[in-house]
Design a protein around this ligand. Structure first.
Ligand SMILES: [Zn+2]
Length: 213
């Protein structure tokens, strides 16, 4: 026979008075079943208020651009996401495979589902002469002063080592490599030019003598 609300209340009061924890049918910390598979509803990335997203159309699409002039050394974006293994990365939906960043041997960070919100960092374009670089593991920092309206760019060699990265580059900067791959960080000229602007994981690989194509 179920207790009435008043009887249940009296029962709980009695247990409390005896110094015993109240008996509850469902532990308070257990989430309802429908929430156990809930996906993030907000992006993981932090984006500076100095930036805005602009749709540039054509092959480029949405890009992060400077809404105001930005000084060299300014933090403009902090990336984030799910930590995933190489195997999980290989099973990502094709449109998401180029975004995750290596954070350690065999581990990457990034978005894992098309059902999750777009991440601002996905709108940072590659350039072979980028105005930003990486710092620590997940920070994007201005490498030089940036004018209002300029797209925020990094060189994907600074943060990507994935074997499946293989894209044509149309940045049209002088010295454009023409193709971007996950092995570009191994190029001596890039290691020299971007020293201090690679993610920490790649900096460690370079310091350990890895690479040098
Ligand atoms: Zn290029």
């Amino acid at each position: 026979m179920p207790l009435t609300r008043a009887a249940r209340s009296a029962s709980l009061s009695t247990r409390k008075a005896r110094g015993k924890p109240p008996r509850t049918a469902t532990p308070a910390r257990v989430l309802p079943k429908r929430n156990r598979t809930a996906r993030p509803t907000r992006p993981f990335h932090w984006v500076s208020p100095l930036l805005r997203v602009v749709d540039r159309g054509g092959n480029i699409g949405r890009s992060l651009v400077a809404a105001k002039a930005i000084r060299k050394g300014t933090l403009v974006l902090m990336m984030g996401g799910h930590i995933m293994t190489i195997e999980q990365h290989g099973r990502l939906p094709e449109p998401l495979r180029h975004y995750p960043t290596h954070v350690s041997d065999g581990l990457l960070i990034g978005r894992m589902s098309l059902g999750e919100p777009d991440e601002p960092g996905e709108f940072v374009n590659h350039s072979c002469d980028p105005n930003c670089g990486m710092q620590d593991q997940l920070s994007v920092v201005a490498r030089r002063n940036i004018r209002a309206g300029d797209p925020i760019t990094i060189d994907y060699a600074m943060c990507m080592t994935s074997a499946i990265l293989n894209l044509a580059c149309e940045c049209r900067e002088p010295g454009c490599r023409g193709r971007i791959t996950g092995d570009d960080w191994k190029r001596r000229e890039l290691q020299k030019r971007y020293k201090g602007s690679f993610v920490a994981y790649i900096e460690r690989l370079i310091a350990g003598g890895r690479g040098h194509n």
